[in-house]
Design a binder for this molecule. Structure first.
Ligand SMILES: NC(=O)c1ccc[n+]([C@@H]2O[C@H](COP(=O)([O-])OP(=O)(O)OC[C@H]3O[C@@H](n4cnc5c(N)ncnc54)[C@H](O)[C@@H]3O)[C@@H](O)[C@H]2O)c1
Length: 346
């Protein structure tokens, strides 16, 4: 594809970031936005015009035939709306988690293959500068053989609005594990070289959210903390802790550490927010090397620019449907294991 990539965005919460990303990308043109909420549409009217604002995604796909569609809807709509877009001939960048379950994720991949269209998944922590730098180190063999990792994203009190789709299992697929864990477990596996998961053992706890929702009459039936252990086919292991709320000092703790036979890599937040740092450690001939990896601001393409590039130059998205499916298998397995109270095969 030589000309500009005509982009559309469905869902304008997180999707407003996609729309802004396309507006800033020189190879993209934002042609339409779609949301049920007219106030959210209004914010993009000056960019796409009244004719580019839709509340019916099927009508939008039919009338404008965009090249690339971002799907940033509540989780239960990811698979059906992505499939509508693929069948309409568009490439798709779908928000994480890819789908509610493995079956729906597999269906999305099948439809993308049938339509010969690209399916990218916004596993956005891969796109942070330090993560890209660490991945380059990992790919160059810095770790030696990665054999263990730990990863966490725990919040002191960071529940999404009570009563929204986030806290309803049938609409979201689960709580913080599928919402936050998807990012940090994926990041750990990616830095480990994407080994194939074999078994998982997980627990899900319902100590804070469910009673709090009950007291306020809101619907909430997902976990507020999940923890567990993943075993990979190559013998490597990964432990994880994920929560929307628990008694901890910091507001937000994020950290992913991958240990190999030659060195270790760390991606973590600095302070309590969303400033990230990448670190590396290695013992060599008695010398202890500690360092930080930096990425020049502006040198790292966002998920949106990357997807536009993949469409324009026919390259593989940094995170595609198969990456989405790999982490979806793990998430499904953890929920199953938590329910059964034992380790399960992935
Ligand atoms: N990658 C990230 O870091 C990241 C961050 C936040 C959210 N997300 C993901 O983005 C997705 C959306 O989350 P959010 O926080 O924006 O949720 P949200 O509820 O704030 O926004 C969803 C939007 O979709 C609209 N919508 C619902 N049904 C629709 C339909 N049938 N047609 C058109 N519009 C419809 C709603 O009106 C709403 O504006 C979720 O899957 C979430 O996991 C990803």
């Amino acid at each position: 594809m030589s000309s500009v990539v005509r982009c559309a965005v469905i869902g304008l919460g997180m999707g407003s970031g996609h729309a802004k990303g396309y507006l800033e990308c020189p190879d993209a043109k934002l042609v339409a936005v779609c949301d049920l909420d007219p106030k959210r549409l209004d914010k993009f009217k000056e960019h796409v015009g009244a004719d580019g604002c839709y509340n019916d995604h099927k009508k939008m796909l039919r009338e404008l035939e965009p090249d690339l569609v971002s799907v940033a809807l509540p989780n239960f709509l990811h698979a059906p709306v992505s499939i509508d877009a693929l069948r309409a001939g568009a490439h798709v960048l779908c928000e994480k988690p890819m789908a509610l379950n493995v079956k729906a994720a597999q269906q999305m991949i099948k439809e993308a293959e049938k339509a010969r269209r690209k399916l990218g998944i916004n596993l956005s922590y891969r796109f942070t500068g330090p993560a890209r730098a660490l991945k380059d180190l990992s790919d160059e063999g810095f770790l030696g053989k990665p054999y263990h990792a730990s990863t966490r994203w725990t919040r002191r009190d960071g529940f999404p609005g009570f009563g929204s789709w986030f806290g309803q299992k049938k609409l979201s697929g689960g709580g913080p594990l599928i919402d936050l864990g998807v990012h940090r477990i994926d990041l750990a596996m990616w830095l480990m070289g994407s080994p194939e998961p074999e078994t998982v053992s997980g627990s899900a706890h319902y100590q804070i959210g469910v009673p709090r929702a009950k007291a306020t009459g809101k619907t909430f039936d997902v976990e507020d903390l999940a923890a567990g252990f993943i075993r990979f086919k190559n013998g490597a292991s990964l432990v994880f802790e994920i929560s929307w709320g628990n008694h901890q000092a910091q507001r937000e703790k994020m950290g992913t550490e991958v240990i190999g036979t030659k060195g270790a890599l760390v991606h973590r937040n600095e302070g309590e927010g969303y400033d990230f740092v990448g670190e590396y450690f290695r013992d060599l001939k008695g010398h202890k090397f500690n360092g930080r990896v930096h990425s020049a601001i502006g040198s790292i393409a966002s998920a949106y620019t990357e997807m536009v590039r993949a469409v324009k130059h026919n390259t593989k998205p940094l995170a595609d449907g198969h990456d989405g499916l790999r982490i979806q298998r793990v998430l499904d397995g953890i929920y199953k294991s938590a329910k059964l109270g034992r380790e399960v095969k992935v």
